[in-house]
Design a protein. Structure first.
Length: 216
């Protein structure tokens, strides 16, 4: 059974194409004054790009370890895969969740679902903000949806743990609360950063993600 599992994992790795850094849908200075150009450029070209580079590097190592039936190396590579693939997944969502024309309150099906689940948008915003501020160390706060019940939920994920793999919720909206996302501008005052980022939330993108789950 173990040999069959290793072969399946190897075939899966062999089919993987190289991962690439996505372009931002706006310029590095477009989110100012909420997030300044320096942070955005470093965050995208350094931090996100490092996750992509490391992910591409670990794939062939994992494939070789599977072929060699080297369980210790397989396990080490899997840890690297989770961290770097999670970083790539999370940031790819995060960039789309933001917009220079963002902010306000969501309407339509998403707005109705938020009001139904959390009683009001203001209560949702307060609960989500508390989750983001309360992340210990580095991590993310997420609004997600259960693909089976279609019910919304708020969750926190440590480090770069991806929401779907960690909780079963499909990610809709994520706030990156790693210090690299805000420290150069907000220092260690995470609550100020969390309070300001609501002004650039791209509710259109969040609504599209929600509709995609409802349509399944």
């Amino acid at each position: 059974m173990l040999q069959n599992s290793l072969r399946a994992l190897s075939r899966s790795c062999s089919r993987r194409s190289l991962y690439t850094l996505p372009e931002l849908p706006y310029s590095y200075d477009a989110l100012e004054p909420v997030v300044n150009r320096e942070i955005m450029e470093i965050h995208h070209t350094k931090h996100h790009n490092t996750y992509v580079t490391n992910l591409n590097n670990v794939v062939p190592k994992l494939e070789a370890a599977v072929e060699a039936k080297d369980i210790s190396t397989v396990m080490a590579c899997q840890r690297d895969m989770v961290f770097n693939a999670g970083g790539h997944i999370n940031h790819s969502i995060f960039w789309g969740n933001l917009s220079p024309n963002g902010g306000g309150v969501p309407d339509g099906a998403l707005g109705d679902a938020i009001s139904s689940t959390f009683s009001s948008f203001d209560k949702f915003k307060a609960e989500f903000s508390a989750a983001a501020i309360g992340v210990q160390g580095s991590g993310w706060a997420w609004l997600g949806v259960d693909p089976n019940t279609k019910r919304l939920g708020i969750a926190k994920c440590a480090n770069q743990d991806p929401l779907l793999a960690t909780t079963g919720l499909v990610p809709l909206l994520g706030f990156d609360v790693w210090e690299h996302a805000y420290y150069l501008q907000y220092k260690n005052v995470r609550p100020e950063y969390v309070g300001k980022i609501w002004d650039i939330v791209n509710w259109g993108d969040v609504a599209e993600r929600y509709q995609a789950v409802l349509g399944k």
